[in-house]
Design a protein around this ligand. Structure first.
Ligand code: ADP
Ligand SMILES: O=c1ccn([C@@H]2O[C@H](COP(=O)(O)O)[C@@H](O)[C@H]2O)c(=O)[nH]1
Length: 220
C-alpha cells in the first residue's frame, strides 16, 4: 500500500452504555463495511498478567491510566500511514488482554470508540472528526446492568458496586469533560437514526471524493 493513501479518522466517546458501539455499528451499516474499519478502545486495556483475578477485578477500568494509549497512538499512526497492525483483543470475562491478536488492515474510514478515547491529546490530534454520544445516567445504568449480565458474565451486585465506586465518579472526572472536544454530540436516550444518517452521508462523500477538504485513497 502506498503512502499517499490517507484514512479519515473518527473518534467516538461517551459514557459507558451511552450507545457508542450501537451508533458506530449503525454508521457502518449505512456507510458500508467495505470502507469502514471499527476499532474499540476496550481492546487496548493494559495487559495485567502478573495480577490475580481478584486483583484484576479491583482495577479502576474507568481511569485513563488503565488503557495503553501509547500502543493505540502507535497503531493509529501506522494505520494512517497505510500500514497493517496486530490489534490486541480484550477479554471481559478474564478481565485481561487475551493472548490472541487480530491482523487489521487500514480502510478509508477508521472509527475508534471508547469511553476515554478523547482524553489523550495525541490521539485527539490524529482525528479528523470527534463525536460524543450522550444518554442520561439512569438510562446508561439500566443498559449497562442488562448488557454486563447478558454479555460480560457479571452479577447484579458486581455491576452495582463497580458503577458506584468507579464508573460514575470517573465518568464525571474524566469522560464527560471530554464532551468539549467533540465536533458533534449525539443524543441517544431514544433514537439516533437522524444523526447516523448525517454522519453516514458525510462518510460516503469522503469515500467518493466529493469532499472539498478530503481527497483520500486515490491511487496515483
Ligand atoms: N438508542 C437506543 N435505544 C435503546 N437501546 C439502546 C440504544 N442505544 C444503545 N442501546 C442498548 O444499550 C446497550 C449499551 O449500548 P452500547 O452500544 O453497547 O453502549 P456503549 O458502547 O456506549 O457502552 C446495548 O444493549 C444497546 O443495545
Ligand atoms: O475488564 C474490564 C474492563 C472494562 N470494564 C468496563 O467497561 C466499560 C467500558 O466499556 P463500554 O462498552 O463503553 O461500557 C468501562 O466503564 C469499564 O468499567 C469492565 O467492567 N471490566
Amino acid at each position: 500500500m502506498s503512502n499517499n493513501k490517507k484514512s479519515f479518522l473518527i473518534l467516538v466517546a461517551g459514557g459507558s452504555a451511552s450507545g457508542k458501539s450501537t451508533v458506530v455499528k449503525n454508521i457502518l451499516k449505512k456507510a458500508g463495511a467495505h470502507d469502514v474499519l471499527i476499532i474499540t478502545h476496550d481492546d487496548y486495556y493494559n495487559r495485567e498478567d502478573d495480577l490475580t483475578m481478584e486483583q484484576r477485578i479491583k482495577i479502576n477500568y474507568d481511569h485513563p491510566d488503565s488503557l495503553d494509549n501509547n500502543l493505540l497512538n502507535f497503531h493509529l499512526s501506522e494505520l494512517l500511514k497505510g500500514n497493517s497492525i496486530e490489534k490486541p483483543i480484550y477479554d471481559f470475562v478474564s478481565y485481561n488482554r487475551s493472548d490472541k491478536t487480530e491482523s487489521v488492515n487500514p480502510k478509508p474510514i477508521i472509527i475508534v470508540e471508547g469511553i476515554l478515547v478523547l482524553t489523550d491529546k495525541r490521539i485527539r490530534e490524529l482525528a479528523d472528526l470527534k463525536i460524543f454520544v450522550e444518554s442520561d445516567d439512569d438510562v446508561r445504568f439500566i443498559r449497562r446492568l442488562q448488557r454486563d449480565i447478558n454479555e460480560r458474565q457479571r452479577t447484579v451486585e458486581s455491576v452495582i458496586d463497580q458503577y458506584l465506586n468507579t464508573v460514575k465518579p470517573m465518568h464525571y472526572k474524566y469522560v464527560k469533560p471530554t464532551k468539549r472536544y467533540a465536533d458533534i454530540i449525539i443524543p441517544n436516550d431514544t433514537n439516533h437514526s437522524v444523526a447516523v444518517d448525517v454522519i453516514a452521508g458525510k462518510i460516503k462523500d469522503i469515500i467518493r471524493g466529493n469532499n472539498n477538504e478530503w481527497f483520500i485513497w486515490k491511487v496515483l
